[in-house]
Design a protein around this ligand. Structure first.
Ligand code: 16G
Length: 160
């Protein structure tokens, strides 16, 4: 079993509620895919594909996928990703992106999404990014504004 990153990088100043544990994604966390299906389309991914993608992310050393486990059931009930992008601008700085924030439907209303956001903001500050950004649905803008984000640039995409 391997962790995507060292759990020692997780912030110690964000309290985790009783009954939950916070850790890095591991290469046997296939339940993570079930949770992601509550965010968007995942399609069919077998264990081999999961492991290969996990290995590629670990090798890249810029993916920080944190998961919240419900201790009683050992199930992943929340997850969020911090992606670090290397730049030449800003004195060869780094930019952080928050991706794939998802909390299990059963666990909504417990402020776990907020907790995951706080964790990733702290990690991004420790890593030293010059900018942290995310894309979200219009209705989630007030939620993310609580964590320091401001509506700024427009986001354009192209789908294939
Ligand atoms: C949301 C996510 C984004 C994810 C996308 C998937 C956050 C902050 N944003 O925008 O990371 O990639 O949904 O939707 O979690 P899509 O399948 O339509 O791209």
């Amino acid at each position: 079993m391997a962790s995507l990153f060292d759990d020692l990088l997780l912030p110690t100043n964000v309290p985790i509620p009783d009954g939950f544990s916070l850790r890095a994604l591991r290469n046997d966390d296939f339940g993570y895919l079930e949770l992601l299906k509550q965010l968007t389309s995942v399609g069919f991914i077998n264990q081999l594909v999961f492991r290969k993608r996990f290995d590629a992310m670990k090798k890249a050393k810029s993916y920080y996928i944190v998961v919240l486990e419900e201790v009683q059931s050992s199930k992943i009930v929340g997850a969020a990703t911090l992606l670090i992008e290397f730049k030449f601008i800003h004195e060869a700085g780094t930019r952080g992106r928050i991706e794939d924030v998802v909390v299990d439907e059963r666990m909504r209303g417990k402020k776990l999404g907020g907790l995951l956001n706080q964790v990733l903001v702290e990690m991004a500050k420790t890593i030293g990014v010059y900018k942290l950004s995310l894309e979200c649905k219009t209705e989630l803008i007030p939620f993310y504004q609580k964590f320091g984000y401001q509506k700024n640039l427009h986001f354009l995409d192209q789908r294939f």
